[in-house]
Design a protein around this ligand. Sequence first.
Ligand code: PEP
Ligand code: MN
Length: 346
Amino acid sequence: MIIVLKQGVTAEAVKEITGRLETRGVAVSHFSDIKRDFLGLIGDTSGIDTHQLQALKEVEQIVRVEEPYKRANRKFHPENSVIQIGNETIGGSQLGIIAGPCSVESEEQIVRVAKQIKAAGANFLRGGAFKPRTSPYSFQGLELEGLRMLQTAKQETGMPIVTELMSTKWIDEFVDSVDVIQIGARNMQNFDLLKEVGKTNTPVLLKRGLSATYKEWLMSAEYIMSEGNENVILCERGIRTFETETRNTLDVQAVPVIKKLSHLPIIIDPSHAGGMAYMVEAGAKAGIAAGADGLMIEVHNDPANAWSDGEQCLTPDEFAAVMEKARKLAEVEDRSIQAAATVLAK
Ligand code: PEP
Ligand code: MN
């Protein structure tokens, strides 16, 4: 249930009504947009007398929210959320283009790729320092050393960095050095991890679980938001289906469905969806045409020798070519992609 309060209601009145509701056994979360205040009631609302509530002079409207996700629900927040990350945003008219290698491999590599993707129009650098690998014998990431290399690349290019956190053990290091904390598909329902990132103010990129429904995905966003961190960006990265020719199946419908259900921005990762470089352009274009707020694309200086996910990585030149096409398509959707530099940084 959401209680929409009248414009100009005082902080004391909000506190008074909140206290009254809490004695009925519900948790009350107070939030506001530029115009008004809302009280979201979470828990068993059967003991609440809605007629009595409606009679209060501060109350404008009572809205029943059937869905189990509240803070992520568009009913709680009709306007699209725009997430501010340094000088960049995700969810506004300019698309958020996150690119970079699957794994950070060396300082020289990450700095070089960062310059190249920036020149092609990317506005965020990605790179895994802690890698969720199917096999314990595969490369697991450079860990803290990788985070340090990402920071160097940020200093050299000014681009905010996006990287995956797999364990609460490293949360303080991530809060200190990362601009967007990525929660990977395999951890989408690691509820302890979600709660901990929810206690920070760092924006979170929440990837869809391998077989997660939209509702499960939004409930995971709700875990983060219910702890106070509302800066959540959703990322569709393909789901498991019966098909074996592709790594996963890109669910483009996630974009209109999520936009209908939620105010949170949603981006598309065509790299992990198809699992092969030749499919990335089609997935990226489909995502933009569907109305996604951005893309995450894996780019590697030497895909054939990448330490992880080489088969789905684009070279910097291939990435620049995809960006050219994506830029035109974005225009059709009244969106934009940062301009490319005339000379591609080498
Ligand atoms: C990644 O982005 O490097 C990654 C591991 O993605 P996902 O969690 O979607 O598999
Ligand atoms: Mn990868």
